[in-house]
Design a protein around this ligand. Structure first.
Ligand code: RB5
Length: 147
């Protein structure tokens, strides 16, 4: 699995924690920034990561900002992206099993690095259940294709 990860200035510490986790898990990833502690704009990081996942260049994406909200809104504008904003372990599992989410968004001003790590671990290791959930995702794809 290849993961694209990025954050704005509000998510740097959790991004570093998740990179450490992926190193430990032997998961291949590329860090798309941001590089600095100065204020940046989350769409400049969410959209490239979302495009790389939508194109198939990367299998999954992880985006962190202050709340996770801006990142998830921006990523979900990209066709084919199912970005889930998650701040609990139950939802991390459910969004993989039911929604086949391909991007995980989290907010560093909402949760700490320990919980973010547990969420990412579950999200990275849980498979899509398919079955009845498949047709629901297809309905979203059909809507996207009509636009
Ligand atoms: C940046 O101040 C903050 O707005 C951003 O990190 C994020 O929370 C936006 O949704």
């Amino acid at each position: 699995m290849k993961v694209a990860i990025a954050s704005d200035h509000g998510g740097i510490r959790i991004r570093e924690e998740i990179k450490k986790l992926m190193d430990e898990m032997g998961i291949e990833y590329t860090d798309f920034g941001c590089e600095c502690e100065t204020s940046v704009d989350y769409p400049d990081y969410a959209l490239p990561v979302a495009q790389k996942v939508a194109s198939g260049e990367f299998d999954r994406g992880i985006l962190i900002c202050g709340t996770g909200i801006g990142m998830s809104i921006a990523a979900n504008k990209v066709k084919g992206i199912r970005c889930a904003l998650v701040h609990d372990v139950f939802s991390a599992k459910a969004t993989r099993e039911h929604n086949d989410s391909n991007i995980l968004a989290m907010g560093e001003r909402v949760i700490g690095p320990g919980l973010a790590r547990e969420i990412a671990k579950v999200w990275l290791t849980t498979s899509f259940e398919g079955g009845r959930h498949e047709k629901r995702i297809q309905k979203i794809s059909a809507y996207e294709n009509e636009q």
